[in-house]
Structure formats: structure tokens, C-alpha cells
Design a binder for this molecule. Structure first.
Ligand SMILES: O=C(O)c1cccc(C(=O)CC[C@H]2O[C@@H](n3cnc4c(=O)[nH]cnc43)[C@H](O)[C@@H]2O)c1
Length: 249
């Protein structure tokens, strides 16, 4: 089973790679370079992709890798968007793991005098993707990740007011990052299921870049991916999808 893991930057990709034994191999594609790891004896192959920062570049790079695999006749069974993230206080503290049960574009829409309208209310597209519920449950149990909404933003939140406004619109949001929705859009175009797993490096709120605990978050990411293989090994990508249940408000 082939799994595509999309991070934003090479430091996150390398943190994931440290979960696997051996050096891996690089595969150069048009518009994307994959770092390939076969997990011996488990029938799993991971392709790690530093897909770029922000939803647009992440979507373009992920789509390039998905298309190459499909044309090759060895399509991916799963796409995982991963990396560091901001965590909403107090539910997702620095160093914790968050696994998305919803991946939501938080700033894709229009501002109106009455507030923000998502694109769906303008009659376009989608703003949310849902990872497979049963798989989310199993991975959360294996890794200790909290489950909830992970927001995708194009602008990192830098004030308490913005953090409060986002939580008011998305009461189940645990974290924000900048790529998940883009990666999920590319996966959906190929009808491939998607996960988003994040390690919290900073609180969502007033900007204090010097306080980001990137090293701790990258270590948490390596540990989480070390626990993923047995779960994915026992996962049947063809198992029927449990219907999505909306969060209770
Ligand atoms: O400087 C480094 O060593 C370094 C190592 C790993 C990652 C980075 C990044 O800057 C990654 C950018 C990436 O992180 C996500 N992120 C993290 N915190 C937030 C946040 O509060 N709000 C939104 N996004 C966040 C995001 O996905 C960025 O693409 C640096």
C-alpha cells in the first residue's frame, strides 16, 4: 500500500523520515521530489513530500505526486497532511498532537457587513473535508492525538481577537496550519482518503515567533509516525466509510 505524506517544509519531512529505518531514496518527478521509504515486512511504502507552505502550493505539489502515481499504475491509498501547527488554548497545548476529524478552510469566503461568509454560502465548492472516521479513531488511540477540526489559514493568526473569532466560528477547532485543505482538495480530486496529523509548536494567538517550540513539535511528529505503521498495516482502504456525523454544538 502506497501512502503519500505531505509536509510544508523539508524540516518537517525529515522529522517524519526519522520514524523509518534506513536512509530512503529520492525520486524526482516533474514539479515534486519524493523521499521514498519501504517499510520492510509491513507491505507499506511511504513517499514523503515537502509540498511547500500554504494551501495553493501544497495542493499543486500533492496533485503532481498523485497524478504521477496514478499514471504509473500504482495509485496512493492514503494522503497524510502533516507538520507543525498552532494549537488553540487550552485544548491543544504546545507539544501535543492533533488529528483532524474535519479539515476546514477558515478564510475561504467573503467578508460582508454581517460577518464572514464561507464560499459554500456563495454557491461555490467546499470548505471542509472529512477523513475516514474509523481510521481517525484508531490512529488517535495509537498516538494519543486529540481529535477535532484543524483549520487551514492563509494568514497565521497573530492576535487574541483573531483567535477568539476563529474559535467562535469553529467551536471544535483544535489547531490551525496552512496546508491541510489544499492537500485534501488534491486528494479528493483523485478520490483518495486524507488525514491531517499535526504537532503543536505554538499557541494560536498573539505572535511570538521566538517562543515557537519547533524542536519539541518535530520530535512529537517523529514519535507519532513511529506508531502509525501498525495501524495502517491493519487498515483496509476499501472498508466502507462511516458517514460523517456533524459535531454537536
Ligand atoms: O524554522 C524552522 O526550523 C522550521 C522548522 C519546521 C517548520 C517551520 C515552519 O515555519 C513551518 C511553517 C508551517 O507551520 C505551520 N504552522 C505552525 N504554526 C502555525 C500557526 O500558528 N498558524 C498557522 N500555521 C502554523 C503552517 O502549516 C506552516 O506552513 C520552521
Amino acid at each position: 500500500m502506497r501512502i503519500l505524506v505531505a509536509t510544508a517544509v523539508p524540516a518537517e519531512r525529515d522529522a517524519v523520515a526519522r520514524a523509518f529505518p534506513g536512509p530512503g531514496t529520492d525520486v524526482h518527478l516533474p514539479a515534486a521530489t519524493l523521499h521514498h521509504h519501504d517499510v520492510q515486512g509491513h507491505g507499506l511504502a511511504y513517499d514523503l513530500l515537502a509540498a511547500g507552505v500554504g494551501p495553493a502550493l501544497a495542493a499543486a505539489s500533492t496533485a503532481a505526486a498523485l497524478t504521477a502515481a496514478a499514471l504509473d499504475g500504482t495509485p496512493y491509498a492514503l494522503v497524510v497532511s502533516t507538520g507543525i501547527a498552532g494549537g488553540f488554548h487550552p485544548e491543544a497545548p504546545v507539544g501535543s498532537l492533533v488529528l483532524a476529524d474535519e479539515i476546514t478552510a477558515a478564510d475561504l469566503g467573503a467578508e460582508t457587513p454581517d460577518g464572514f461568509l464561507p464560499v459554500t454560502e456563495l454557491g461555490f465548492g467546499t470548505v471542509t473535508h472529512h477523513p475516514p472516521r474509523a481510521l481517525v479513531r484508531r490512529i488517535a488511540t495509537a498516538t494519543g492525538a486529540r481529535t477535532g477540526t484543524v483549520l487551514t489559514v492563509s494568514t497565521v493568526t497573530g492576535s487574541a481577537e483573531r483567535a477568539t473569532a476563529l474559535r467562535a466560528r469553529h467551536p471544535h477547532a483544535l489547531a490551525e496550519a496552512m496546508e491541510g485543505f489544499g492537500v485534501a482538495e488534491a486528494a479528493a480530486a483523485h478520490a483518495v482518503p486524507v488525514l491531517e496529523l499535526r504537532a503543536v509548536s505554538n499557541p494560536v494567538g498573539p505572535r511570538d515567533r521566538a517562543a515557537w517550540r519547533i524542536g519539541d513539535a518535530l520530535t512529537a511528529l517523529t514519535e507519532a509516525f513511529g506508531k502509525l505503521t501498525p495501524v495502517l498495516e491493519s487498515w483496509d482502504p476499501h472498508e466502507p466509510h462511516e458517514p460523517h456525523e456533524p459535531h454537536e454544538q
